[in-house]
Design a protein around this ligand. Structure first.
Ligand SMILES: Cc1cc2nc3c(=O)[nH]c(=O)nc-3n(C[C@H](O)[C@H](O)[C@H](O)COP(=O)(O)OP(=O)(O)OC[C@H]3O[C@@H](n4cnc5c(N)ncnc54)[C@H](O)[C@@H]3O)c2cc1C
Length: 242
């Protein structure tokens, strides 16, 4: 049996371990467009604040793939699936044959259309190790950061960078932070805690337009910034399976 898994994160690892619990002999190929062995995605904020490093972010030991007899193709994007011929085509032109295929492709950051976004020079998402590295490289103690989105990912980002920058402002359409996981009381407690650490919030508000390094808010307010992080949510990577 030839198993192929597209993606190399939490779901893929669970699948490899599941396959090997019932089939020790089939071939398993993991295809990942990221260049790294599997790492713990939630730790990217701790990488930025120095609480961890890449070595300690590893989600499985270095010998995970070898011990499980997995051929891992890193830094290679799957661009098509032919269900009749049972092949996955890679951006490199390679064809990978399969008997069983898992789409473990996760999600990508959703960036809503925002007027003037193209005028913002330094803008980032916060989902991948490479996002964290790129963001980290753009920061200094003089940097003013604007985060759009007061959900888990936006606030994890704020937590990761707060000791490295001059200021952080967070804008969210909702009237409270972490609106999908906390009620009003819990949200207010966490908000006060973050405000004590210097993080400012503009809630029940949104960016009407960007002009370079200024965000003009719907309320009429203005937030000057140097670096923008957009963290308003994710969308599933379903294109390959469509
Ligand atoms: C900052 C942050 C903090 C988080 N904190 C928590 C937390 O505290 N608790 C919690 O439960 N969850 C948390 N999460 C969410 C958690 O990381 C995800 O739920 C989890 O990573 C999902 O795993 P997955 O394997 O489904 O997909 P993903 O982790 O999204 O991985 C999918 C992989 O597939 C790759 N891929 C996609 N398309 C292709 C293609 N065409 N070809 C090749 N490769 C492809 C992607 O590059 C990616 O490497 C957090 C996420 C972030 C970003």
């Amino acid at each position: 049996m030839k198993y192929v898994i597209i993606g190399n994160s939490a779901a893929a690892v669970g699948c490899v371990e599941g396959i090997r619990s019932v089939d020790r002999t089939g071939t398993v190929t993991v295809i990942s467009d990221e260049p790294y062995p599997v790492y713990s995605r939630p730790l990217i904020s701790y990488l930025l604040c120095g609480k961890t490093d890449e070595e300690h972010m590893k989600y499985r030991p270095d010998d995970f793939y070898r011990k499980n007899g997995v051929k891992v193709l890193l830094g290679r994007k799957a661009v098509g699936v032919d269900p009749r011929r049972k092949t996955v085509s890679l951006e490199t032109g390679e064809q990978v044959p399969f008997d069983r295929l898992l789409f473990a492709t996760g999600s990508h950051p959703f960036v809503p259309p925002m007027e003037g976004l193209e005028s913002v020079e330094k803008k980032f998402s916060f989902m991948k190790l490479d996002d964290a590295k790129a963001l980290g490289a753009a920061l200094s103690e003089k940097t003013r950061v604007l985060i759009v989105g007061a959900g888990l990912i936006g606030l994890k980002c704020a937590e990761g960078i707060r000791g490295r920058v001059q200021s952080i402002a967070v804008v969210d359409l909702a009237d409270r932070i972490l609106p999908s996981i906390l009620d009003a009381e819990g949200s207010a407690i966490v908000r006060r805690h973050l405000e004590k650490q210097g993080i400012r919030f503009a809630l029940g508000d949104s960016v009407a337009r960007f002009t370079g390094r200024t965000a003009l808010l719907k309320s009429g307010g203005k937030i000057p910034f140097d670096v923008l992080v957009v963290a308003v949510g994710v969308r599933p990577n379903t294109r390959l399976a469509a």
